[in-house]
Design a protein around this ligand. Structure first.
Ligand SMILES: [Zn+2]
Length: 257
């Protein structure tokens, strides 16, 4: 049974990029995983509020982080819930603000490379490599891999530009690499935090609010829930796959049967 989870987040990846990026593995994943091209994120559709909702299963109104500036508060997120139930966690990321997604005690292994230092694609390649190695050697119950390139290229060249789809293509190259090389006991979730338009995001327009969601697992999906999935449903789903209860504070629901 696949009772471990690798979650891969492509920052700012719209569902149309899954189709238009032209990477064969994107097509393969659409047919071999459960795929919802119209899952929803939360408003405001900025990176930190969306990640807070992803890991804390509450809307920005409820968790209080509504911009990319962190606001301290008493919250129990996915990392704490897993650690408190004896599970191991790992986090691979390149945007410093994401450090506030976990309490230091709750993380077993963290790898951070600043997005400001190396080219974006190189950063994601290093993170993928490290994540792949760590999963094979240490088999943590949960790992989060953050791939930033689609967002940074969106802000520079525009969402929907040729460069943007090229960045999505590179992300799927890394997704194929890691999914082909990790132990078979991992379920894999691939999603985005938000979409984007022109050179920005943050609005409640469907183009910013709609995200792709893939779940590849041997567990039984509840397709009625899956069709209406929201980003706040992911933390409960991860707990369900791993076999720990959701936090009582959380508002989302598991997408498993
Ligand atoms: Zn952004």
């Amino acid at each position: 049974m696949q009772n471990k989870v690798l979650m891969i987040l492509c920052d700012g990846m719209r569902p149309d990029a899954v189709v238009k990026c032209g990477h064969p593995f994107a097509g393969k994943l659409m047919s071999t995983a459960c795929y919802n091209p119209h899952a929803q994120t939360v408003f405001p559709s900025y990176t930190l509020p969306c990640h807070m909702s992803l890991f804390h299963s509450r809307t920005p109104d409820e968790h209080g982080v509504k911009t990319n500036v962190f606001v301290p508060g008493e919250r129990k997120g996915l990392f704490e819930q897993l650690k408190d139930n004896g599970k191991s966690t790992a986090f691979f990321y390149s945007w410093g603000e994401l450090k506030d997604l976990y309490s230091p005690y709750a993380l077993c292994y963290g790898r951070f490379i600043s997005e400001t230092f190396l080219p974006s694609e190189t950063v994601t390649e290093f993170l993928e490599e490290d994540c792949e190695k760590f999963l094979n050697e240490y088999n943590p119950d949960f790992a989060f891999l953050y791939l930033e390139t689609t967002d940074s290229v969106g802000h520079t060249n525009g969402w929907g530009s040729d460069e943007y789809y090229k960045a999505a293509n590179h992300s799927f190259m890394l997704i194929e690499k890691i999914m082909s090389n990790i132990p078979k006991d991992y379920s894999v979730i691939v999603l985005a935090d938000h979409g984007g338009h022109d050179f920005t995001h943050g609005s409640n327009d469907p183009i910013d609010m709609t995200i792709p969601l893939f779940v590849k697992t041997d567990r039984e999906i509840d397709f009625a829930e899956f069709e209406n999935a929201n980003i706040i449903d992911i933390a409960p789903t991860v707990c369900d796959i791993i076999g720990v209860p959701s936090s009582k504070e959380w508002k989302g629901k598991s997408l498993l049967k």
